[in-house]
Design a protein around this ligand. Structure first.
Ligand code: ATP
Ligand code: MG
Length: 488
């Protein structure tokens, strides 16, 4: 274990000790070391006051009220931030928590005299373990049985869970985040206390809820994490819209309720990208309110478009970035794209690419795979979608935008002596819609010859012609039709 501690961190400890202070490795990095995981940041706790720490490390910075000094060290974090010139070891003076009147942060920071006091304010037993290195020896200080809990894979609060959650509401989200990141179970009293204190979530800033939710979604067990939010009552404060699908049945194409299907789609999402995982979880978010009828023949028309709007609202509320919001709503809006390998034409695939963008196609397919695998229907065959990837590859060099046509506006003006004006754009749009239908039409001579014919039409007619024969057929509708004609 000692071998895994980077020299840069050991040097920080040694410098503090040789200046007459106590210094310990503590918190998440100790937990990760014991579990043989790679810590992503290194925390040190000490009885030196922030000013004293700064004196020992002149190149350090102290920019907060919580007694944490950032000590700059030579880079050592694997896959760390490559733009940074140095890494940082956080050195925090022993602290004891005073009252949290707003359930978010201590009213004031009080420094403590002993390590034991400092460990007592930490959230979970697995995070309240300290390590001191002395020359060739080391000592683990573990007053709350953290090592045993790590071995048993249990998350347990330090002290009475009711008091600890009452002090700081964010801890309830941290439990669930650690449950999904580490795959640990939640100790019974800790679990009961979360259920009791879920109302405190109202005191937590949306950004903090977002940060923990993102970590749940990107963890190895995201579905278990979201389901734990549900079981503890926290989901009502994170994505209450998902609760509306609990217990709501679907139709003959589904064996699971809307809620269960959403969770399973997240579970089976083949992508590690945040946007794709979010879209998988939220793709059917509008099904509860778009449901019409009951039983085997219930329908959910437009749930994709309504869902894209609801997802946008959810993500805005949680303060996600615009990029994420746009991408997730695009994926949800288009998740019902029609695909049947026996019928699909290259032109319909070109239209799909034009609509969602080539750069988003792979992610859209991943959402569909998540949807299929999460539906639990035996005939779900995601391999068919791999055929779509093949067709996409095949047509990906075909023209799907005016820019990709073999001629441009200048050519029309020069070769055909067409005067500048809106007609040029309209002619190009018609040429594009025809090339989408038949890729062989994207050929310089053929385009020029066709443009000559088109020039005779007036602007209004050209605009009508350019309007694609929108084939917005959806799998949902297709299934309904087949259901009507062939089933029974
Ligand atoms: P990770 O770095 O993987 O998120 P971590 O446990 O290191 O996990 P940090 O947020 O880095 O989490 O916090 C470092 C340590 O500070 C924790 O291990 C814990 O001892 C303590 N801590 C963090 N947040 C809280 C809190 N809300 N209440 C009590 N102690 C906390
Ligand atoms: Mg940490």
């Amino acid at each position: 274990m000692i071998k895994k501690i980077p020299n840069q961190v050991k040097e920080v400890l040694e410098k503090l000790e040789s200046s007459g202070f106590e210094a310990y490795i503590v918190g998440g990095c100790m937990r990760d070391l014991i579990m043989d995981r790679n810590p992503k940041d290194w925390d040190v706790t000490t009885n030196a006051k922030p000013e004293e720490v700064q004196k020992i490390f002149p190149d350090s910075f102290y920019e907060n009220e919580f007694g944490t000094v950032g000590v700059k060290v030579e880079k050592f974090v694997e896959n760390g931030n490559s733009e940074r010139e140095h890494d940082v070891v956080e050195v925090t003076t022993f602290r004891i928590e005073s009252k949290y009147s707003d359930k978010r942060r201590p009213d004031q920071v009080r420094f403590a005299e002993t390590l034991e006091e400092d460990l007592s304010r930490r959230d979970f037993t697995m995070n309240a373990i300290a390590l001191r290195i002395k020359k060739f020896d080391f000592k683990i200080i573990d007053p709350y049985g953290g090592q045993k809990d790590i071995e048993k894979k249990i998350i347990r609060t330090v002290g009475n869970p009711h008091e600890r959650f009452d002090e700081d509401a964010l801890r309830v989200m941290r439990v669930v985040r650690f449950h999904s990141e580490l795959g640990f179970e939640i100790e019974k009293n800790t679990f009961e206390a979360i259920k009791k204190y879920h109302g405190h979530m109202e005191h937590i800033a949306q950004e903090r809820i977002k940060d923990e939710t993102v970590r749940i979604i990107l963890s190895d067990n995201p579905a278990e994490g979201i389901d734990m939010l549900h079981k503890t009552g926290l989901l009502n404060y994170v994505i209450p819209e998902l609760e509306k699908g609990v217990g709501v049945s679907q139709n003959r194409h589904h064996i699971y309720t809307i809620y269960k299907h959403s969770i399973l789609a997240l579970k089976f999402c083949p992508s590690k990208k945040l946007e794709v995982r979010l879209a998988s979880l939220l793709h059917d978010i509008a099904k509860p309110q778009t449901k019409r009828g009951e039983g085997l023949y219930a329908t959910f028309y437009n749930h994709d478009h309504v869902g894209a709007r609801i997802a946008r609202k959810i993500l805005e509320r949680l303060r996600f970035s615009n990029d994420i919001i746009e991408k997730v709503s695009l994926l949800i809006d288009n998740h019902m794209f029609y695909y049947n390998p026996d019928e699909v034409t290259e032109s319909s695939v070109r239209r799909l690419i034009k609509k969602v963008g080539l750069e988003n196609i792979k992610d859209l397919i991943d959402v569909r795979i998540a949807d299929r695998l999460g539906s639990g229907v035996p005939k779900a065959k995601p391999y068919k979608l791999r055929h779509l990837e093949y067709v996409i590859d095949k047509v990906s060099h075909d023209a799907i935008s005016v820019k990709m046509l073999k001629i441009n506006g200048d050519d029309l003006m020069k070769e055909l002596k067409i005067a500048p004006g809106p007609k040029i754009g309209a002619i190009l749009d018609v040429l594009l819609s025809e090339a989408i239908e038949d890729a062989s039409k994207n050929n310089g001579d053929r385009l020029l010859a066709r443009a000559k014919e088109l020039e005779k039409e007036d602007l209004g007619k050209l605009r009508d012609m350019a309007k694609e024969k929108i084939e917005d057929k959806k799998e949902e509708e297709d299934k309904e039709l087949k259901g009507k004609h062939w089933v029974k």
